[in-house]
Each structure stands twice: as structure tokens, then as C-alpha cells.
Design a protein around this ligand. Structure first.
Ligand code: SF4
Length: 101
């Protein structure tokens, strides 16, 4: 695979970002400094969640969080422990599916 092929493949994989409802918004909205602390068991600040609720690429966003094992920020309307638990659950499902092949 050439570098050009690789860049095109990566571009295709990330194309969903062009449709993200959070695109162009202040980064602090999706990466507030208080997220991820011990005791944070909510599913994300209400403002960020409201943006995610309007987003048409939540599934792609969550899949990217799973693939990258994201620990920080708001992804697909989740953050903190809720996001971590969802990612771990999905990673287990994917491993189980892979082993069943
Ligand atoms: S689901 Fe939320 S965090 Fe993910 S792309 Fe959409 S608005 Fe951004």
C-alpha cells in the first residue's frame, strides 16, 4: 500500500467527522477538565449531551472511541465511567465475535 493509498484509507475512515454535530464547537465543550475524575458516573454534561443528541454520526463516534480506547472527553453522548463501561463492553463483544469466527 502506498502512502497515498494509506492517506486515502484514513480519510475515508474519518469522513464521518465532517457530519459531527460538535464540529467547530469549542473543544472545552467535549473535553471539559472535570470529566473522568473519580466519582464521575454521569453520562456527560448536559450541554455536551444535548449536542450529541442531535448528532447523526453517534454510532461512528462510538466506534471510534472503542477502536481508540478513549479515556477522555465526551463520545456519543457519554463520558467518564459510563463511557469506559460502554467501551469495555463493546470491546468484549468484538473479541467474542472474533473468537467465534
Ligand atoms: S456523538 Fe457527540 S461527540 Fe460524537 S461526533 Fe456527535 S456530537 Fe461529537
Amino acid at each position: 500500500m502506498s502512502l497515498q493509498d494509506l492517506l486515502e484509507a484514513l480519510g475515508d475512515r474519518e469522513a464521518w467527522r465532517a457530519h459531527a454535530a460538535c464540529r467547530g464547537l469549542d473543544t472545552k465543550l467535549m473535553y471539559p477538565t472535570t470529566l473522568g475524575r473519580a466519582g464521575d458516573n454521569n453520562s456527560g454534561p448536559a450541554q455536551a449531551r444535548a449536542v450529541c443528541n442531535t448528532c447523526t454520526v453517534r454510532a461512528e463516534c462510538f466506534n471510534t472511541a472503542v477502536a481508540n480506547d478513549e479515556h477522555f472527553g465526551v463520545w456519543a453522548g457519554m463520558s467518564g465511567r459510563v463511557l469506559r463501561a460502554a467501551i469495555v463492553r463493546r470491546q468484549r463483544e468484538l473479541r467474542t465475535q472474533e473468537m467465534a469466527r
